[in-house]
Write a protein that binds this ligand. Structure first.
Ligand code: M6R
Length: 368
């Protein structure tokens, strides 16, 4: 069943190009329009949405964080992201004009389920992004976008995350199309880029040797930091979560812009720092993150930098440089997360841990 891989997780990492292709399949017509048949919410209702609240736990929550950047940018609908476990206990303000998007691979996570029940009681429409056909969360939602990742057996979510992010992009583009925002015109171009993603993720997988070798140096590290900005921030959080749950190493993800507001105090020669560098776009994000790397380097820390191909500006500040395929900023999580998954899986393997069944964790958290 593991198709020759040592772990289900490693197999699932390698299935990601196929999982992305299947999640895209049939959802994009040649005339440039998106069809999401499972959205059983009337177009008129979708047009009247004033606010989107995305909820999820763990990795699904990080997928929601990526989604916020993309959905707000494309639709201009205000979008919030919240941990389902916080949402359900704080008397949230939602109602008929709020669309609640619940992200869950298993469709059975107790906190997410309770949160959607609460949202529906307040009159909100709930749309589930889910990987498990017929599970409770989609059954209790008004609409669903299924991710077609196939069964995810490893406790650590990998293809689940990538396909959740992709489904969120599809939702954002669909809403932009329905609302005819100015980004409606860009949908065709973005969809074309999304269609190349399976190939680009395969490229990352084909170049994994460097990441596998890097893991060997980390067996005795007690602590690792991950920095990212914009959509790179949830990628950093996801990289840290993978390391915690699989390698049992203390790891933290930070927003790079927060460095001077505290985290820089812990940086010294004993703390390796992974940095996700945004593509060189029209904005200043790239240069700001590059200067963060310089600041980290100046304090003696080892820098492991993930940056797009031919980004020369980072070369002199990176102890290890992991090259990523060129994509637009909003789509970068799909390629930038993969080396971090491989790294955590490999490090845990080298430490002799059970990668598929990490200690103290269950695949779906059906109790609080
Ligand atoms: O099944 P769900 O997507 O609702 O699960 C949510 C989290 O429990 C899950 O993503 C968890 O954080 C993973 N083990 C992370 O790898």
């Amino acid at each position: 069943q593991k198709d020759g891989f040592d772990w289900f997780m490693r197999k699932e990492i390698h299935e990601q190009p196929r999982a992305l292709a299947d999640t895209l399949l049939g959802r994009y017509a040649t005339d440039g329009s998106l069809t999401l048949d499972e959205i059983r919410i009337a177009t008129s209702e979708l047009r009247s949405i004033q606010r989107i609240v995305i909820i999820g736990c763990g990795t699904a929550h990080y997928a929601g964080m990526v989604a916020k950047y993309a959905i707000e940018h494309w639709t201009r609908i205000p979008c919030e992201v919240e941990l389902a476990s916080e949402f359900r206990y704080r008397d949230p303000i939602v109602g008929p004009q709020t669309l609640v998007v619940a992200i869950s691979q298993s469709g059975e996570t107790a906190d997410t389920l309770m949160a959607i029940r609460h949202a529906r009681e307040q009159g909100s429409k709930v749309l589930a992004i889910c990987n498990t056909n017929g599970s409770t969360i989609p059954r209790e939602s008004d609409a669903v976008i299924y991710t077609h990742a196939g069964p995810e057996i490893g406790v650590a979510s990998t293809k689940g995350f990538l396909t959740q992010v992709l489904a969120c992009y599809l939702l954002g583009l669909y809403l932009a199309q329905v609302k005819s925002t100015k980004f409606g015109e860009e949908i065709v171009a973005i969809m074309h880029e999304l269609e190349t993603m399976p190939e680009l993720v395969q490229e990352v997988l084909d170049n994994q040797q460097q990441v596998l070798e890097l893991a060997a140096d980390f067996a005795d590290e007690p602590s690792v930091l991950f920095l990212g900005r914009h959509v790179g921030f949830p990628v950093a959080l996801e990289g840290a979560l993978k390391l915690k749950e699989l390698a049992y190493i203390h790891a933290e993800g930070f927003a790079a812009g927060e460095l001077k507001h505290g985290p820089i105090a812990v940086i010294d020669q004993d703390l390796p720092v992974f940095v996700v560098v945004p593509p060189r776009g029209r904005d200043m994000l790239h240069d700001k993150v590059v200067s963060n790397i310089q600041e980290i380097r100046a304090r003696g820390a080892r820098t492991i930098v993930l940056a797009e191909q031919d980004d020369e500006a980072v070369e002199q500040y990176a102890d290890v440089l992991i090259r990523l395929p060129k994509v637009q900023t909003l789509l970068q999580p799909l390629v930038a997360t993969v080396p971090l998954q491989i790294f955590a899986c490999e490090l845990a393997t080298q430490k002799g841990h059970d990668v598929d069944q990490p200690r103290n964790l269950a695949k779906s958290v059906t109790v609080e």
